[in-house]
Design a protein around this ligand. Structure first.
Ligand code: SF4
Length: 200
């Protein structure tokens, strides 16, 4: 939906995504769908291969199940650091964050200044119903996993479908009972990017 809006404003908009190395196949299908539908290049950024190798060699490929600290380390290596690296080349960027997605996102503004960059959250006050209506009206392609009951889609081993009425973030890192359901990228209430203390 965000891409649909942006392309209507300026088809030269740059779109990027993070390939953590653990994404579901459906997300790659979605990237291809977006490329075809909007005729844009999607810039795909990955984590540093040597960092991933060190992490996985030291803690195993599924380290996120061992402790919250290791889960956050995985998110930091696979998501937060590549995002920070990518953003170094931009003065402003936009996300699809919405206040209704979780309590942690309740305070996000539509325009924020973070780390010397302008961060736009144009969908901050949109409801799920309003988004569905926009998508229907403009025939916007949506990620296939939404139809399977997912409310929040990230890496394959850390995302699952939720029950109707359940918190949208309940399908992320569901084995963590007391953890913030964020990966470090969107951890702060104001939506700014800041690395969590991952203990290493
Ligand atoms: S969501 Fe899971 S697999 Fe993906 S980076 Fe975070 S801990 Fe690692």
């Amino acid at each position: 939906m965000l891409i649909d809006m942006a392309v209507r404003i300026d088809s030269r908009v740059r779109v990027f995504t993070l390939d953590t190395g653990r994404l579901p196949q459906e997300t790659f299908q979605m990237i291809e769908t977006v490329r075809q539908r909007y005729g844009i290049a999607v810039e795909v950024e990955g984590p540093d291969a040597a960092e991933v190798s060190r992490m996985v060699t030291g803690h195993g490929p599924n380290l996120f199940h061992q402790s919250q600290e290791l889960r956050r380390l995985c998110c930091e290596v696979r998501k937060t650091r590549p995002l920070e690296l990518k953003l170094a080349g931009f003065r402003a960027w936009a996300t699809g964050l919405r206040r209704g997605q979780s309590a942690d996102r309740f305070g996000i503004g539509k325009v924020q200044e973070t780390g010397g960059k302008i961060k736009l959250n144009p969908l901050a006050d949109w409801t799920g119903a309003e988004m569905e209506e926009y998508n229907r009206r403009h025939d916007v392609p949506v990620h296939p996993l939404y139809a399977a009951g997912y409310a929040s889609i990230g890496c394959a081993p850390c995302s699952r479908a939720v029950q109707p009425g359940e918190d949208p973030r309940a399908g992320r890192w569901w084995w963590e009972s007391d953890g913030q359901k964020e990966c470090g990228i969107h951890f702060l209430p104001d939506g700014s990017v800041r690395r969590l203390n991952s203990g290493h």
